[in-house]
Write a protein that binds this ligand. Sequence first.
Ligand SMILES: CC(C)(COP(=O)(O)OP(=O)(O)OC[C@H]1O[C@@H](n2cnc3c(N)ncnc32)[C@H](O)[C@@H]1OP(=O)(O)O)[C@@H](O)C(=O)NCCC(=O)NCCS
Length: 193
Amino acid sequence: MKIRKYLKNDEKDWLQCRLLSFFDTSYYDNIVRKKENYDNNAINLVAIEDNKIIGFIDVEIEKIKKQACYLEGKLGGVIWELGVLPEYRNKKTATRLLERAITLAKAKNICRFEAWTQDDIPINYWYKKHNFQYKEGYLNVFADQGKLVSDEIGKILGVRIVNFEASLDRKDELVKKYKRVHEVRLYELKFDE
Ligand SMILES: CC(C)(COP(=O)(O)OP(=O)(O)OC[C@H]1O[C@@H](n2cnc3c(N)ncnc32)[C@H](O)[C@@H]1OP(=O)(O)O)[C@@H](O)C(=O)NCCC(=O)NCCS
């Protein structure tokens, strides 16, 4: 397995890898058909095996504090995309993508990474195993239109699937009312200490 920078003509292979890597996660319907161009510089890496992309990491990198990061702190990067194809998992591919991203980030005076993710068990284990610290979270709630509650989301009535954010303390109440309630979690890894 080889790690290299993402190239422009990787886009189709990258999109397919992302689709399949997220298929067994709570991001299964977070589908993009074009790779994101970040506002700031980014570290975009791919893992190659069997002549195809089997894993990827995207980290948006700050030049000025708070350009991309949410938390107060030193210059940082935000991991917006991370995934490995199911049949290639547990072979340290994601670990190697992270290590390479940290090396490249340090060369740009980046001291920490933030990562937003949902409550899928593998990725949460993986972040904790790599010393990311949980910082805070919120709920990402999905409802069928038929189950809309007007005080909650009346202002976007007419959309077939509705989606809104709520505070974590409402979880017990909202899981009873809506079909999908995910905890969105923010992690941070400091690597300058
Ligand atoms: C999380 C993910 C990136 C890890 O990729 P990977 O290349 O398999 O990871 P590594 O080989 O570097 O590390 C494996 C570690 O992941 C964790 N892990 C993997 N699968 C797991 C599972 N089913 N349950 C719990 N932990 C799991 C463990 O910590 C494991 O190490 P250990 O068994 O030694 O404790 C991969 O599972 C994945 O692509 N998940 C779906 C994508 C995703 O959820 N992305 C987040 C949205 S941005």
